[in-house]
Ligand binder design. Structure first.
Ligand code: ATP
Length: 333
């Protein structure tokens, strides 16, 4: 697939962040939709802005694009302050905020030609590569009214690519796509990030999707960022650590672990034993695992496996949001 980027950063400074906000706030009357958000989206990342319905994702995206004013705080896109240098920043930003609309009686290629005519003659050369990048080269001359939703979404991305964007902002881009469409979309985003060095910022309420497509994420809930960073670190940041333990004597091991203060809970599982580590202060998870191993071996039990359970982002998300609702209950009580 031919790369489209010309590698130019003329319209944007060389800042390492594609999006940065400080104390960004949006109020609708009494309602605070975005509440003092500090967001940092590294350049060259696929960044998931993840939260349940009503969390504030669309409001955030609309503010970034200048479609609605912030009530307080500051923000920059590609190192340029917005709204002060909004026009220059947006020159290298492509966005899809709602389902992309096209002239249905024209073909995909003709729709892109109209956009290119507005943007300038140099943009015409990007039409073919953009259609190829989104996998529409062979269907580009069919009327858009014959396109599936997934094809229209991809044509929307192709339209964004005409600006040779350094940053793509996509609001719930996989809404309504079937599993095959989601898979194609995922591969397209990964290629745009890994092969072309673009940054893709996408909002989603689907944890699994963000985990598969993105390398960085922020979890947003009720207008506030609960946690943000590299997905691998977000998942590891979970407070509950578990081990899978393989032993030659399950009952003997359970008896030993019952008296071992580093193990909060132990139970049988398909893999052998699942051991939840105690999260008291002073010991790292690795030190606790070593202590559990020593206790078992010291009691004559052979240990064939001792493996940390990798927490998924979903576990982390559930942990964070359930903690939030606990806090809310405490405040109400
Ligand atoms: P969804 O996934 O359902 O689209 P979201 O995370 O995108 O949700 P937003 O649409 O940003 O959430 O809405 C955040 C909050 O702000 C909600 O409580 C919503 O009702 C409120 N809100 C959004 N736009 C307006 C508006 N124009 N006037 C008043 N309240 C609004």
């Amino acid at each position: 697939m031919p790369p489209i980027s010309e590698g130019s950063t003329t319209a944007a400074s060389n800042s390492e962040t594609a999006v940065e906000t400080i104390g960004l706030t949006k109020r609708f009357g009494e309602r605070v939709a975005i509440d003092g958000v500090d967001l940092r989206v590294p350049r060259g990342s696929a960044f998931g802005f993840l939260g349940p319905n009503g969390a504030g994702k669309t409001t955030m995206i609309r503010m970034l694009l200048g479609l609605t004013h912030a009530s307080a705080g500051s923000m920059s896109l590609l190192g340029r302050p917005v709204p002060a240098e909004r026009a220059q920043a947006l020159e290298r930003v492509g966005a899809i905020v709602e389902e992309p609309r096209f002239h249905p009686h024209l073909s995909g290629r003709e729709n892109l030609r109209i956009v290119a005519a507005v943007r300038g003659p140099h943009v015409h050369a990007r039409i073919g590569p953009a259609l190829a990048r989104v996998g529409l080269a062979e269907r580009a001359d069919e009327k858009v009214k014959k396109y599936s939703l997934g094809m229209r979404q991809r044509l929307g991305v192709a339209r964004c690519l005409l600006a040779d964007p350094l940053l793509l902002i996509l609001d719930e881009p996989t809404n309504g796509l079937d599993p095959g469409g989601i898979q194609e979309f995922r591969e397209m985003v990964r290629a745009m990030v890994e092969q072309e060095g673009r940054t893709v910022f996408l909002s989603s309420h689907l944890l699994d999707e963000v985990e598969k497509i993105c390398d960085h994420a922020a979890i947003v809930d009720r207008g506030k960022i609960v946690v943000q960073g590299a997905i691998s670190e977000l998942a590891e940041g979970a407070t509950q650590h578990e081990l899978i333990v393989g032993v030659d004597d399950l009952d003997g091991a359970l008896a030993v672990l019952d008296g071992c203060e580093q193990a909060r809970e132990a139970r049988r599982s398909d893999e052998g034993l699942r051991v939840v580590l105690d999260d008291g202060s002073g010991w790292s998870a690795a030190e606790r695992a070593a202590a559990i191993n020593a206790a078992l071996v010291g009691s004559g039990i052979a240990v064939s496996r001792l493996e940390p359970v990798r927490q998924s982002l979903e576990q982390r998300f559930l942990e964070v949001t359930s903690r939030l609702s606990d806090t809310t209950e405490e405040v109400r009580a």
